[in-house]
Design a protein around this ligand. Sequence first.
Ligand SMILES: [Zn+2]
Length: 544
Amino acid sequence: MKILIKNGLIVDGTGAPGYKADLLIDENKVEAIGKNLDAEGAEVIDASEKIVTPGFIDIHNHADFNIYDANQAESFVMQGMTTLLVGLCGLGITPANKVVEEYYADFGKKALSIDPKLYPRLEDCFRDFEKKGVSCNLAFLVPQGNVRACVMGLDMRPATDDELEKMKAMVRENMEAGAFGLSTGLVYPPGSATPTEELVELSKVVAEYDGIYDSHMRNEGARVLDVGMAEVIRIAREAKVRAHISHWSVISRFKVEKLTTAAIKLVQDALAEGLKITADVVPYEDGVTSLPFVLLESWVFENFLENLTKLDTRKRIKDEIFQRVFTMFLAGAPWYIRMIPKFLLKRLMLPVIGKQVVLLHTTSGEFNGKTLWEALKIRYPKKSMLDALLDFIRDEQGGVVIRIQFKDEERSVIPLLQQPFACASSDAILIRGGNNHPRTFSAFPRVIERIVREKNKLGLEEAIKKITSQPASILNIPDRGVLKPGKVADLVVFDYNNIREKATLANGNQYPDGIDYVIVNGIITVEKGEHLGMLKGQILRHKK
Ligand SMILES: [Zn+2]
């Protein structure tokens, strides 16, 4: 089957200036790019006034949790994504055993309204997906949380030598099977209990296969430099691994510019030292997460309802929450805030934070779009904030997905995204049947609409590079991400002047305007803005 795209502006993904040409696809490959191409019997797409680019590659996506069921991947494909990297933040659908199954039965169903199909081994997962078919290509990381839970349950202690050997063998098995590297989520249990030395050892295995160590850092806030990034850089150095910073952010209300500049300098110095560091940046000021997961330690989940009810365990939970929140949000505060006595800070901190947290999705379906503070006041008017918070998490059975405004577009998001070693990503998670954050439907159209067209902070060619060839080169998939004869025909045809994010916080489930055609492995999957139901995505396997 031949497809001839006529008269488009070819932005080839390399960052080179766009040029007018025709592009011919034969089977699953780009056959030719040039003036006045002709091909008998080809399906012709008129791309006059349109931009033709490689398919977008999202290097940070949590689609694995439900893309088996949502295999048309509409929210991703309709925004131009043709390849997703999944298994991020130390979380994922494989490897899995009983412990992982129970963990996701709690976390998945309750916290995120997802019911993931889990697989003991990556091969099982690949086979199942290939049988069913999916609309976009998928590449998998090995989630370190799964590996650790498989070998040592949810024990929050360093691994023994024997356990470490087992974990290394498991990482090796996954790398052999075609994983692209190892992901960590060092704020989530059990990742949060993992010492750096253990990560170095696992990363050495990844390095043997030239995979990536891809990290949701231990700290993205006030201690992003000395705790978060320092650890990533140490792992890159000691394991000689290519390290990648997931959803790179500087989350602070204080000294944001200074922190951002220092964070950039830290990577520049590491690069100058010869280390290999890359990053991805999500083009939004807010983040989405599960409330119980950012607040509670893993032991709480083992006996969830009881621990959130009994007086003595509640007291321990409250202390731990205070410690966490304190570290996350206030550690970089100026001295006069740090001088405030702790008991007073406890009382002040929660209302301040509660007013910034917006509920995106709850188990009861109540309060979507309201702030956490409002919800607690309405439902538990007589209780203290902290008690109300614990009751809320318990009564919603953990199912509270939140959005927090904690980044600054001008002072941190854009400066990080502009770095040559940084690409863009969505960090999307799809909540089926629930309200989604706009990034699930339009993270990449937003990059083009807002950061290129409106704010002029990136050139179009540069922005396209950050969502095509740059992630492709990090992932080591040289046959994608660039438009050149011989490359795989993953393409997007879009209307630069009319590309528009329509999703909002109140109604996130809206497709963007302006994405006209999406072609996956040479098959037209989106035509004139409509998903055709094609399932021609491939499971990509990392090659050494
Ligand atoms: Zn993450």
